[in-house]
Every structure is written in C-alpha cells, then in structure tokens.
Ligand binder design. Sequence first.
Ligand SMILES: [Zn+2]
Ligand SMILES: [Zn+2]
Length: 347
Amino acid sequence: MKGAVFLGNRRIEVRDFPDPTPGPGEVVIQMKASGLCGSDLKFYRSPPGEAQKALGLGDQADPFIAGHEPCGVIAARGPGVSEREAPIGQRVMDHHYSGCGVCKHCRVGWSQLCKAGITVYGVTANGGHAEYLKVPARTLVPLPDELSFVEGAAVSCGTGTAYGALRRMNLAGGSTLAVFGQGPVGISATLLGAKMGARVVAVETSPERRALALEFGADQAIDFSDCEKALKELTRGEGVDLALDTTGAAAARLAAVRCAKTWGTVCFVGEGGEVTLDVSRDMLRKQLTLIGSWTFSAMGQAECARFVVDNGIKLEPIFSHRWKLDQADEAYRVFDRQASGKGVITF
Ligand SMILES: [Zn+2]
Ligand SMILES: [Zn+2]
C-alpha cells in the first residue's frame, strides 16, 4: 500500500509499505477519508519527532504515516475479534489513541489519558494517510449512516475536539461565545456553538476565514487586533460568557482570558506553547473558570457524530480542499498557509 510520511521540516513523501495484517485484537480499516488537522502542522513543520516531544507525546523520531482523522470501512479482523465487534464492511471512524486498555481511563474511553504510555495514530505511529490502517478493535467508533466518510474524518479530530470543548464549557443557549481562531477546530466550534444556541463571535486574523465564520453561523467575525475592546463593546462592557482558544498562540490565549466576563469560562484547546497570566487581575478578581480540553473520549466521538446527525448539521462545507494521496505534499503546502478551509485526503 501507499502512505504519506512526514519527514520533518515541511517535507512529505508518499512511500510504499507492506499491506498491514491484523494481529490479536486488531482490525485493518480500508481508508475512505483522512482529514488534515491543525495540530498536524506542528508535526509537519518541525524536525522529525520534535513537535511530539514538545507536546509530551513521546520521543520516537522514525518517520511514520501521518493523519489522525481516519475514516473508512473494516477490511480485516485479527484473532480474537468477533464479528459483532467489527463486522467486515462496517463504516467506522477511529478514536485515534490506544493505551493499556485496562486502566480506569482506558476503560471509560479516555485512552489518551492512560498513564502506561499511549500510541497516537498519525502522530506517534502509522496513521490514516494511507490505503489501510491497522488499529486495536476497541478504538473503532461506528460512523452513522447519515454521515459521509469525509464528515466522519472531521468528527475524528477537529470537529470532535470543538464539540468536546463546548460540552466541557457547559455552553447554555443564549450565552455569548468568543471563538479565537477559525481553522478546522475553530470553524467547527463556531458551527456547533451556534447550533447549541450561543451567540458566536469569531476572532480571526485572516479575512478569508472571517468570511467563512459568518457563513458557518457566527453572529460577528472580528479581527484579532483590538478584539478585547470590540468584545467588551459587543457585551455592554461585561465581557463574554465563554471564550475558546483554538490557536495555541500566547496572545490569543491571553485575550481569551481577558475578554471573559466575571464568572466567565475560558477553555484552551490549541496545542503547544505557553501563556503568562496576571493571576489576581485576570483570574481571581473575576472568579474565572479556566479549562484545558484535550480532544474527546471514544464515547464523546460517537456523541459528536450523533449531535451532527440529529441537528442536521452539514460538515462537508468546512472542507475547502479534497486531495488524493499522491497530492499530500501539495495538500500540506496549501494548509500551511492557514488561510483556507479544511483539507481531506479521499481514497
Ligand atoms: Zn490505560
Ligand atoms: Zn487533531
């Protein structure tokens, strides 16, 4: 089979690999769609293994197949995997992490929190930018019939991450939500947040992405410069109920904290980097709740897919680019400019 490998420093190569054979407890997914996620840019841009190390995801530096938004159909089952667990031909997403499988985190579907060490498919082991992907059967999440493979890919990280963050923030209908960054996660947060009944203000430096945010349900889309003042003006000086940072940039994180109202809630989902807060002024003096949110559980992924179906949300339009595997290099060059919508490789 062919698979797209990140070689570090923005280099990608499509290489030949042996077709994977499932071992005990494993399945092979025939890929139908594999999304490009914002966090992939960190792995794409850095020297081999460096971004993974910086993000606390291990220090394995050998090249491997990228892509952590896998969606496809079950092609093969290994020993010990029952027909009921993984019917051949079933449409599936993958919760792209595996841990020990038995600890309290793994057993409730939060395998990425496993303390025994985790594998992240497409980040620390072979991922979805290939014709086939081998994973433990327990990582499978059924794809509802109503969703396309491309939509399933979105739910598998970017959109699921936005959903997980909004649920953790206890978004109430009618509240004002500021979403910093309108990349794949941010635009999903805008879309889902609006569907959940929030008044969404998108904050974004790229005019193209601001225009997209308005199409996806934002009430307002404002530039990052002077956004704290603008957000105060939009809330009669009070600040927003909820602020979500999807950028990972220190300035945006700080602005998210500062634009939140007294008793407000701020959530960070953007990966990497640091932020410096004036704790008394920025947090204590306004009883701020600050949440870190790392993607979603396997059950949360299924719940996000269900939410998308039940609310008639169309995720296809968040994809501005569809690519074939041999175009992976061009796909990431376009994505690297961070001005377009989301990209996906289809098979
Ligand atoms: Zn575990
Ligand atoms: Zn991701």
